[in-house]
Design a protein around this ligand. Sequence first.
Ligand SMILES: [Zn+2]
Length: 331
Amino acid sequence: MSSNLVVAWPHGIICASDRRVVDLVSGRVQTNRSTKITVFGCSDAHGAVVYNGIGIDDNGLTPSDWLLALGGKGNLFHRGLFELLDLVKNDLQARLQIIRAKYGPKKARHTFVFGAWHKGASAIYGISNYERVDDDKEAVEGSDEVTLSSFLPTPTARLRIVTTGLRPRLTDVRAIAEALKTGPPNRTLASSVRAVRNVAYGRGKATGTVGASCQWAWLGPERSQVWFGLDVAGGAIAQETPNLINIGAEVHLGGSFSARIGGPGMLIGDTYMGDDRARGVARYDAAKKKFVFSELRCGICGAPWPASHRFCEVCLYEKHRGKGRAQRRIV
Ligand SMILES: [Zn+2]
């Protein structure tokens, strides 16, 4: 399970997602640093994709890897948005049928949510076998068919917020809408990140299916207006950014530094940026022939602890929760 949201309004789209993956069968936390956002450009749209459901398949691939694989096949991301949505839908259906046959329909549920600028409007599309983006009902069992749903702006619903997975609290979703009406744009982003983090920290324990670090992407109507980043509870020593397919994006690195990554025709997965302290964040694995991100287990609680995070997010939560109790006693 993940927690993610897509906020779309007439001037922007924000996507945010947690980064935890738990094992489909045992429920054990496998990683706290899975990249669950892909920013993309296609011939007539640009947007970002978040997801909920399958974390890692039996081949060790994440749904972000599935999208990168599609991006690597010919020029699929140079086609129009609807053709692309159809390709992703068919690809997902074939993958879910294999998972369903092995683990059953309750485990084989998956949703991709696309927030995309298409024909000048901020559109939201869902590709799922158990829920829709224009309705918050969800089926307990995943269907063997994957369907496309849409949530487009209307004169009465210009602002739309779609949440999937473990949904944020209603008060946190309302705070996003309020921030958009009244505050500077950064407050909307901060509220979106907080809504996801509160899912991780808001249920009395920090070891559930949703993690406390959050990747995000912010997209304006122009293809050059794409910003993305990572927000980690307790701070990070490196930025680990969402994946990019056929588009460039800008990341703020701290102080007056920022970087622009990617561009048309490029596929970029699992990147990080940092100063000298970040040298150990990823290393080349000769056997796997790829860079592998370092993630040790916390010596105290055993939770996966990504090398880019300054603190273990589970212990950090326990520490603050302890403080909260102490303060309440004093009062
Ligand atoms: Zn810990």
